[in-house]
Design a protein around this ligand. Structure first.
Ligand code: ATP
Ligand code: MG
Length: 469
């Protein structure tokens, strides 16, 4: 039975779970819900199914953050939900669910699920997919999780208490099954159930704990935090494609700096970017690169952009995180005698090959990453027509931003960023002057080298001089 709560955050010790907060006692209303999500909820409800909003949207609203997406959960099976919406499709293997599409907005509809760890009991009560309804890897990681259950069971298999809050479209109440309201009040992230077991089932939950800690500025509750360092290695068993997506959410959601620091602190970063982590731990740096300053600057610029409502390309983020390793490998290949650009291409290939064992990087991202790195070596060369050609390179803008981050993190590039800024802003006739100036500087720099052999030539007539000097 769901008990009526006497306070929103359930701080009254006598209150027992689950709690029901009636519509008048909480601030989440239909005005806070996207009209399309509302349509989905009403359609399910009218068809006789239970329909709730769950997860991030309720959590974020109660914390005072604008919800970003609306996840619907129901007792209708995916097939039943799919049949109700002509604009929907069935997706997923690990979790079978339904996507209802309205233009660019997708409303995700999932069916109440039971934690498959507890599935041995009560199987008759459940409506499960025949045959392969659940599966685990040899490491205990849940590969498929399609055992349907009640709302109570659905709450227990969610990750953190504040993600198990449900908004009921039947009476507009909020239902708290795991103590999420109290944890929001305490500003803490608490995993549901036994932390070790829950991380074993899905190691990505460790990354999610850190992501929410950074985004919400919450603490990770002591028992939830305790096993993370020791269990971080389980991330090695997560498919690289899933980790690729997870990294984008971790570092590309506007809280990259804080998330990066927490990932390092909890020993998780190593399993996402092994080469970068080793390099940061080694303390390696060079006159033209200080790896940690560079990465922090890159993430900080990205955070500012995202918080200002601008987008960032995933390849840019990855190019930042892997550049220190590329610089290190480039140095090694150069020492072996390779010219500048071939050394870079070898370095990029090597670093990318190593990285894809941890996080997949689709080619549509690795190609622009290579271009950004490549342009770091081309942007200093501005003579003749080159500057004009570079300006039209499809990756110019990203490479220029990247160059500015290098400078902002302390690399002295001789005013190259300022030059490119002026060059882009200058009218046509002045652009030529800027190129001439850059050419002039180049000629200036090379003058002594040209003179020396000439002097030697004239001195050659007097061999004794060379021995004197
Ligand atoms: P946001 O969308 O802001 O990143 P969210 O909490 O909505 O946060 P989603 O990834 O959209 O995160 O997941 C929706 C809900 O699904 C979560 O709130 C949680 O209840 C559940 N969930 C997601 N991932 C897991 C997981 N790995 N283990 C258990 N439950 C999960
Ligand atoms: Mg969400």
């Amino acid at each position: 039975m769901v008990r009526k709560a006497t306070s929103l955050f359930g701080s009254d010790e006598s209150q027992q779970l689950p709690l029901e907060i009636p519509r008048d006692d909480h601030s989440f209303s239909r005005k806070n819900i996207s009209p399309n999500a509302l349509k989905v909820l009403y359609r399910l409800h009218e068809a006789g199914f239970d329909a709730y909003l769950v997860g991030g949207c309720i959590r974020d609203h109660l914390i005072g953050i604008e919800p970003k997406d609306f996840d619907v959960v129901t007792n209708a099976t995916p097939e039943e939900a799919h049949a109700l919406f002509s604009n929907s499709r069935l997706i997923g293997r690990r979790f079978k669910l339904v996507h209802v599409t309205y233009g660019r907005e997708i409303i995700e509809v999932s069916t109440f699920r039971a934690n498959s760890a507890a599935q041995a009991e009560d199987t008759d009560k459940r409506q499960s997919l025949k045959g392969k309804d659940t599966a685990r890897s040899s490491h205990g990681i849940i590969l498929r999780d399609n055992v349907y259950g009640s709302i109570e069971e659905d709450a227990e298999r969610r990750d953190f208490t504040f993600n198990a809050l449900y908004y009921n479209i039947a009476d507009f109440s909020i239902n708290d099954y795991c103590g999420g309201l109290e944890d929001i009040d305490k500003r803490q992230i608490r995993i549901i159930g036994d932390p070790r077991q829950r991380y074993q089932e899905d190691p990505v939950r460790m990354l999610r704990a850190v992501r929410f800690a950074a985004k919400l500025n919450f603490d990770i509750e002591a028992n939830t935090a305790a096993p993370i360092k020791e269990m971080a290695h389980l991330l090695d068993h997560i498919p690289p494609a899933r980790l690729f997506e997870e990294v984008l959410k971790l570092l590309g959601s506007g809280y990259g700096v804080k998330t990066f620091q927490l990932l390092r602190e909890y020993g998780l970063f190593k399993y996402l970017f092994p080469d970068t982590d080793a390099l940061l731990n080694s303390g390696w740096q060079r006159k033209d690169i200080t790896p940690d300053a560079f990465i922090l600057q890159g993430l900080s610029n990205t955070d500012t952009r995202i918080q200002g409502g601008k987008s960032t390309a995933p390849y840019f983020l990855y190019a930042i995180l892997m550049w220190p390793s590329v610089a290190l490998r480039h140095e090694e290949f150069s020492k072996q005698g390779l010219p500048e650009l071939p050394a870079l291409h070898q370095a990029a290939t090597m670093v990318l090959d190593n990285q894809v064992a941890s996080t997949a990087i689709p080619r549509r991202f690795s190609t622009p990453m290579r271009e950004i790195w490549d342009l770091q070596f081309r942007l200093p060369k501005r003579y003749g027509k080159r500057a004009f050609t570079l300006l039209h390179h499809p990756r110019f803008r990203a490479a220029f931003d990247f160059l500015l981050i290098r400078e902002q993190s302390g690399t002295d590039l001789g005013g190259l960023g300022t030059w490119w800024t002026e060059f882009q802003e200058a009218p046509d006739n002045q652009q030529r002057d800027l190129v001439n100036q850059a050419d002039g500087r180049k000629n200036e720099a090379s003058k002594p080298k040209r003179r020396r052999p000439r002097r030697r030539k004239s001195n050659a007539k007097r061999p004794s001089d060379s021995q004197e000097s």
